[in-house]
Design a protein. Structure first.
Length: 306
């Protein structure tokens, strides 16, 4: 059993992104002087668009003609790990990616004590926290995200890697003026992060046995008259139904905490040492009964926004 935690995410704006080598545009900027063909891409204000019709002088942001000339594809690669929203729609199956390393520094401008990354494809993640006037980092830890199976020389050289996709840490010193550098390394490969959240962790009980994991895929399979099948590959979404215990006097405060994160992308963690109990998303249902002998239980149904 472990402390169940939730971390409401802090919005990561360009002003808070102090250092990031990834480009501010994935495609060329839109121009009124350019004639666009179907399938062309442009970037405006860190949002990508794709042309749906051949046209010119139809601005992706302001054009209201129907049928539309552009499709909003969502945030550029640089910010995709912090925001996947297209209006009220959150896209699944998207991530921030870079060859070898994703390296950036954020200045939250407020106290935080927690960080979570999900959908990580990397060999390691390093988190470094610095504050003005202090020579050495106040926090500097590296976390292995993959390791070789041991036991024999054959396993070491030819065995399958053991990997974890998610990371959550709750021991960041709560400075209000800190910079947080995150280095996601995948030497010789592509580093990827599905989503990342920083914020202040709140305890909402104790996660217990009975917690269940789920995954739903959205690919479609169509069977033809001759028995052949057509597979249209789409994204997939993880879910966790947490079983949580708490004392009777925690029920009201837990309800208030969950009210505050209603429909807000947040980090939910059953146990930080069990990567598969870490999820960034929203909760659907909160069901609890009356406490008995000052002990209560509830089920928290969560699903990923990744």
């Amino acid at each position: 059993m472990s402390q169940m935690k939730v971390v409401p995410g802090i919005e990561i704006t360009p002003a808070k992104m102090i250092v990031n080598a990834l480009p501010d545009a994935d495609y060329a900027a839109w121009s009124a002087a350019t004639t666009y063909a179907i399938g062309d891409f442009v970037t405006i204000d860190r949002i990508n668009y794709q042309a749906l019709v051949a046209h010119n002088n139809r601005n992706p942001v302001t054009d209201m003609v129907s049928p539309p000339a552009w499709q909003n594809l969502g945030w550029i690669n640089k910010y995709r790990m912090f925001n996947k929203a297209i209006g009220n729609t959150w896209k699944i199956g998207t991530f921030t990616a870079a060859q070898n390393v994703i390296d950036f520094t954020i200045r939250p401008g407020q106290r935080i004590n927690a960080i979570g990354l999900v959908g990580v494809y990397a060999s390691s993640v390093r988190i470094v926290m610095t504050v003005p006037g202090v020579t050495d980092p106040v926090y500097d830890k590296t976390f292995a995200m993959s390791s070789k199976a041991g036991g024999s020389w054959y396993q070491y050289f030819f065995g399958q890697f053991t990997t974890k996709d998610n990371l959550a840490e709750f021991d960041l010193p709560p400075y209000n003026n800190a910079d947080i550098r995150v280095i996601v390394s995948a030497t010789g490969s592509t580093a990827r992060v599905g989503m990342m959240i920083i914020g202040w962790a709140k305890n909402i009980g104790t996660a217990v046995y009975g917690t269940s994991l789920g995954r739903k895929k959205y690919s479609t399979i169509k069977e033809e008259f001759d028995g052949s099948i057509t597979i249209t590959k789409r994204g997939r979404r993880r879910s966790i139904d947490f079983q949580v215990e708490l004392t009777g006097d925690q029920i009201s405060s837990t309800q208030r905490i969950l009210d505050d994160v209603d429909d807000v992308p947040s980090l939910f963690v059953g146990a930080s040492n069990l990567a598969y109990t870490i999820i960034i998303g929203i909760y659907d249902d909160f069901d609890t009964g009356l406490p008995t002998y000052n002990r209560g239980q509830y089920t928290l149904k969560t699903r990923s926004l990744m």
